[in-house]
Design a protein around this ligand. Structure first.
Ligand SMILES: *Cc1c(COP(=O)(O)O)cnc(C)c1O
Length: 222
């Protein structure tokens, strides 16, 4: 059978359901975020036609260039920001995204809270944790995560839905997923955004509620 976006999506959904079943979880507890960064509308439309509704982008400018037109055609799309957010892009991000996975510092919490207050738009928020403590990677340091979530809640009145992580590429992801799940439990958070094309089944085993899958759906980004 020839592989298309639709057949690849069907395959991912089947593997998600299997991994959830094996973990004693309901398949409906895990949301598939189709990561469409670098791909244009012509690549995204077949996924929408295959009933995919939740998409992820890592850059605000790129998302702004492609999604408003698609959202006009399909009212029920949900858009997630999964890449780093600079404070000077907060206005555009709050206007465009339904969920922001990359809150990782106090200044960003403050600017997000101000913009959400100003506009009344309330994207859901996750705190990104740099579980591998990689200097080049975004995310709050693991030992500062509890304090950041408390600041978000108490000083800025923000509701934090969950945690997100991107394990180091050269390490086994399972310990990172286990750590994030434990931290989320301690903080009373419902959502865990973890797992990508190469490791989403492992992430589901460790409690992922949102997996972020790009190349396994859309192909290599080249
Ligand atoms: C690109 C990206 C993904 C998807 O990666 P794939 O390996 O293509 O599935 C997931 N999460 C983040 C934060 C990304 O930037």
């Amino acid at each position: 059978m020839q592989e298309t976006t639709a057949t690849r999506l069907a395959d991912i959904r089947r593997r998600m359901a299997e991994a959830a079943h094996e973990a004693g979880r309901a398949a409906s507890d895990v949301t598939l975020i189709a990561v469409s960064k670098t791909f244009g509308a012509e690549a995204i439309l077949p996924a929408i036609e295959a009933r995919q509704r939740v998409f992820g982008e890592n850059r605000v400018q790129e998302a702004k260039a492609k999604w408003p037109a698609l959202r006009e055609r399909y009212a029920d799309l949900e858009l997630h920001l999964i890449g780093p957010l600079q404070t000077n892009k907060v206005r555009e991000a709050v206007a465009l995204f339904d969920v922001i996975h990359t809150l990782d510092r106090e200044k960003l919490a403050r600017v997000l809270a101000e913009e959400m207050e100003r506009t009344g738009r309330r994207p859901r928020l996750l705190v990104q944790v740099n579980t591998g403590e990689e200097s080049q990677k975004a995310g709050v340091a693991p030992d500062a995560a509890v304090a950041l979530v408390a600041l978000c809640r108490e000083r800025y009145g923000l509701t934090i839905e969950g945690l997100m992580c991107i394990p180091p590429v050269e390490e086994a992801p399972a310990p990172h997923f286990a750590f994030l799940a434990k931290l989320g439990g301690e903080l009373g958070l419902r959502w865990l955004s973890m797992g990508m094309s190469a490791d989403f089944e492992t992430a589901i085993r460790f409690g992922a509620t949102h997996i972020r899958v790009g190349s396994a759906i859309f192909g290599d980004r080249g």
